[in-house]
Design a protein around this ligand. Structure first.
Ligand code: ZN
Length: 142
């Protein structure tokens, strides 16, 4: 664990929460709560992976409402299995390759063995929830 702690401290900008993805049946049902009641400004985001995405800015982080376009999309399957709720948490990291190496060294199961390009053109990778306390973790590079 000391190895991991030291590596983490060498990050120049530090790991931060980039966004929290929330699976919803209908964006229109939840948008008034986040936008109007909590007062989070909307942020333009592209749809991806068969999901309509609506972003809301919360400080340096985003809340992403994820609505399936089709039942057999990843979000559609998640809703079928677990119902609406938090789908994933995305952390921004300085160096995704090194972070994935640390995950491998720590025995974390990777969904993406190598980084891929995500919705915003950033390099991303997902970690399997079975090794992260039941939470689907997305890593995104600055
Ligand atoms: Zn995400």
């Amino acid at each position: 664990m000391n190895y991991i702690r030291n590596m983490t401290q060498s990050n120049s900008r530090g790991t931060r929460i980039a966004h929290v993805g929330i699976a919803v049946h209908a964006i229109a049902e939840l948008l008034p709560f986040y936008r109007d009641v909590l007062g989070l400004p909307e942020a333009p985001l592209d749809d991806s992976d068969g999901a309509r995405i609506r972003g809301l800015t919360a400080g340096e982080s985003l809340v992403e409402l994820l609505e399936p376009e089709k039942a057999d999309s990843p979000i559609g399957k998640f809703l079928d299995k677990r119902g609406p709720g938090i789908h994933h948490i995305c952390f921004t990291v300085d160096d995704l390759d090194r972070t994935l190496d640390r995950c491998r060294a720590a025995g974390i199961t990777l969904i993406d063995q190598e980084p891929r390009i995500g919705a915003e053109g950033k390099r991303i990778a997902f970690l399997h929830p079975k090794s992260t306390g039941g939470v689907l973790v997305e890593l995104s590079e600055y």
